[in-house]
Design a protein around this ligand. Structure first.
Ligand code: PLP
Length: 405
């Protein structure tokens, strides 16, 4: 991997923050976007912009082909059986809300139970809680072990005759833990229960094969995988998508409309009301090309090297450091605290030294409660980060810790 060449694709990495080189370690929140993906957005606006699916003119057909080409690309990327099962959304959050509102709103009733894990992002908790306004549905929570791995024995013990749905993240945005989702799905299926996987943190780092996993639903966001913000994907098995009612009403999702009766479009359009971000969707396709041109395994191996190097040095060189999430095979995310110092103070001071890390609860307050903390500092890596940047981060962290202690 030629890191110098890779970094040239990201003009933002040349920025100075308070006169120092930017070290961008907030990749879990959103990753930066390479020039070729940005170029595709520019060309979408400067040479092919026309609304999709509604026109016979050349531009509209080109725009439609770019969007539908992206659907084929996503299908291959996650090895889905059919493009009918690929629904474009605004992101992981909307994908999960779609399933909760449409599947949950129709098929979950008073007394039913949903199993989810304590490490879920708010976007995989709150949509299920919204259902509780309509029905008396109970959330059953899988706890974690000391190292941040899921307690699979506890998971198995949560099933009973009321269990109707399971939803877990593929990888935790706080702990980095990669959950054994294939095993999780197999267990749920043995009870006849469908499973949604929140893949927001997995899609940028892992090969996804929804058929091998046997996932019923799988959601992810483009902006975390070198693509644009405001675009995401929901994969759903045809058998579920067909039985689910539309999530929103509007243009594109209908077959015929009259004031007496409306019939709905076929999959996937039934779930894509209104004009989508067709330029962003085409850019997602470019982002997938970009990742595949480097190789997802190569990206993961590089990030893993940065993770190992930084973790080892933090433990050896930063007195009082505590890392949250040490499960084997974790993603390149380091959530930590140093002594009794506040995560916010550390993040602010690191920023003054050019280091961009995230601080706070990371949209995972229930996890924070279970860890007995309010928040952490989180450093996370992407393909363009370097060992030199890890050194800059470690030196800055030493300074900041010494300053605060
Ligand atoms: N799930 C996980 C695990 C995440 O890390 C995030 C974002 O950080 C989301 C869901 C929500 O993603 P988005 O805001 O792109 O919809």
């Amino acid at each position: 991997m030629d890191l110098t060449k890779i970094r040239e694709d990201y003009p933002i990495l040349d920025r100075k923050i308070y006169g120092r080189p930017l070290v961008y370690l907030d990749n879990t929140a959103t990753s930066q976007t390479p020039r070729e993906v940005v170029d595709s957005i520019v060309s979408g606006y400067t040479s092919t912009k026309a609304n999709v699916h509604r026109g016979v003119h050349t531009l509209s057909m080109e725009a439609t082909e770019l969007q539908e080409g992206a659907r084929r690309k996503v299908k291959e990327f996650i090895n889905a059986p059919s493009t009918d099962e690929i629904i474009f959304t605004r992101g992981t959050t909307e994908a999960i809300n779609l399933v909760a509102a449409s599947y949950g709103g129709t098929f979950l009733h008073d007394g039913d139970e949903i199993i989810l894990s304590v490490m879920e992002h708010h976007s995989n908790i709150v949509p299920w809680q919204l259902l509780q306004r309509r029905a008396d549905i109970r959330l059953r929570v899988i706890p974690i072990r000391e190292d941040g791995s899921l307690d699979m024995d506890a998971y198995r013990s949560l099933f009973n005759e009321h269990t109707r749905f399971v939803t877990v993240c593929h990888a935790s945005n706080v702990l980095g833990t990669v959950n054994p989702v294939k095993e999780i799905i197999a267990e749920a299926h043995s009870h006849g229960v469908p499973v949604l996987i929140d893949g927001a943190q997995a899609a940028p780092h892992l090969k996804i094969d929804v058929q091998d996993l046997d996932a019923d639903f799988y959601a992810f966001s483009a902006h975390k995988m070198y693509g644009p913000a405001g675009v995401g994907v929901l994969f759903g098995k045809r058998k579920y998508l067909e039985m689910m009612p539309p999530y929103q009403g509007g243009g594109e999702m209908i077959e015929t409309v009259s004031f007496e009766k409306t019939t709905f479009a076929e999959l996937p359009y039934k779930f894509e009301a209104g004009t989508p971000d067709f330029i962003g969707i085409a850019a997602l396709s470019k982002a997938i090309d970009y990742m595949q041109s480097i190789g997802i395994d190569a990206i993961a191996a590089h990030e893993h090297e940065l993770l190992e190097y930084t973790t080892k040095r933090m433990i050896e060189e930063i007195p009082g450091v505590k890392i949250y999430g040490t499960a084997p095979g974790k993603c390149a995310i380091i959530s930590f605290l140093v002594g009794g110092e506040h995560h916010y103070d550390m993040g602010m001071l690191l920023d003054k030294l050019g280091i961009a890390v995230r601080t706070g609860h990371h949209c995972a307050q229930p996890l924070m409660h279970s860890l007995g903390i309010e928040g952490t500092v989180r450093a996370s890596f992407a393909v363009y980060n370097t060992i030199e940047e890890c050194d800059l981060f470690l030196n800055a962290l030493k300074r900041v810790s010494a300053m605060l202690m």
